[in-house]
Design a protein. Structure first.
Lengths: 208, 146
């Protein structure tokens, strides 16, 4: 990542985070208090938008909190913390129904099969990739354990791969269906994945 | 002037010309970017000297008009932790490191700069400080990217 000291004048580049990197991150107020930690990332199955977070008490064995954090109350989602204005951001209203990114949640995507609309199984989901931009966060792809029959990158068999998600997707609880073109945009590291997502989406929009 | 230069500076009661204790630390009002009080060590009468009760913050002594102004902690800020050593988070959710030292104006008590290793952060960007971190506005030029 381009952290502190990045060249001024750089175009702001969106941040890609694994959902598993967000889980257990502290939820911190602008006053500097850690009021909770992320238990799970909840996102819409159709457009991938993050709708909010379920929460746990701080600490390694922190129990689940009844409060949730709706996305509209999030000041910023960074690699090291989720920032909120104050404790009042936490809500007892349940989040809009969505998929979860860890085994804690109902309808989680972990273990789901990734299959192309041509009927080829690419692998199984092991993590979700969240793109954070000003004001929004959405799941733009999945990290997957490739199927034994799928080897898009020579000599990299068995290595985990990133597959982009189309902007809209038919949602089910066990299967993620991606357009066959997704195969051309599979990446083997997160750094190269941002570009792959942009290319993939341009192509789906008929721009390439 | 830096916090580290002022530790152990004697606190002198100018009424009695008695040294009543030494500066042990700083209590900061992070949201106001200023010193709220000095923590005083080795004085039985109390441990808190409010900045507004400081007569002069000199190079050799901190002077007060009366030792009565050194009191027990009286508000939530008085009980707050030390800014030095605290983690700094930006309001974009980036961990910027830990505070090594703080530069301040000895005339006004205003904080000027947070020192994090070889990096300085303008204290005016400080939004608050709590149980987990001091929070600052995301420094300009830092791009949320990887």
């Amino acid at each position: 990542m381009t952290g502190p000291g990045a060249d001024e004048g750089d175009q702001p580049v969106n941040l890609l985070l694994r959902a598993s990197e967000i889980v257990e991150r502290p939820v911190v107020t602008l006053g500097g208090d850690d009021v909770a930690q992320v238990r799970d990332v909840v996102f819409s199955g159709s457009d991938g938008d993050v709708v909010g977070f379920t929460l746990a008490k701080r600490g390694m064995f922190g129990g689940r909190l009844r409060e949730v954090l709706p996305w509209r109350e999030v000041v910023a989602l960074g690699p090291d913390a989720v920032i909120i204005a104050d404790q009042a951001a936490l809500s007892f209203e349940p989040l809009a129904a969505g998929h979860a990114t860890s085994e804690h949640g109902d309808g989680d995507v972990l273990g789901d099969k990734v299959i192309t609309d041509g009927g080829v199984e690419l692998g199984r989901v092991v993590d979700a990739v969240v793109e954070v931009s000003a004001g929004s966060a959405r799941v733009v792809g999945y990290e997957m354990e490739p199927a034994p029959t799928f080897e898009p990158i020579h000599g990299r068999q068995g290595r985990r791969l990133f597959v982009p998600r189309p902007e809209t997707l038919a949602a089910s609880n066990q299967v993620v269906v991606v357009p066959a073109a997704a195969v051309d945009y599979v990446a083997d590291d997160l750094a190269g994945f941002g570009e792959a997502i942009d290319g993939f989406r341009s192509r789906l929009r008929g721009e390439m | 002037m830096r916090f580290s230069e002022c530790r152990h500076r004697p606190v002198l009661d100018t009424g009695s010309a008695a040294e009543i204790g030494r500066v042990d630390g700083f209590v900061v009002d992070a949201a106001m970017h200023r010193i709220h009080a000095l923590r005083i060590g080795k004085y039985k009468g109390g441990s808190i000297l409010r900045w507004d009760d400081v007569q002069g913050f000199g190079p050799d002594a901190v002077t007060i008009r009366s030792q009565e102004t050194v009191r027990q902690p009286g508000d939530a800020l008085d009980e707050s932790g030390d800014l030095v050593g605290q983690r700094v988070l930006s309001d974009a959710g980036f961990d910027l490191g830990a505070i090594d030292d703080v530069e301040f104006d000895p005339d006004s008590g205003d904080l000027q700069r947070l020192i994090l290793g070889d990096r300085n952060i303008d204290a005016a960007t400080l939004l608050g400080a709590g149980s987990y971190a001091a929070v600052v506005r995301q420094p300009a030029g830092d791009v949320a990217s990887r």
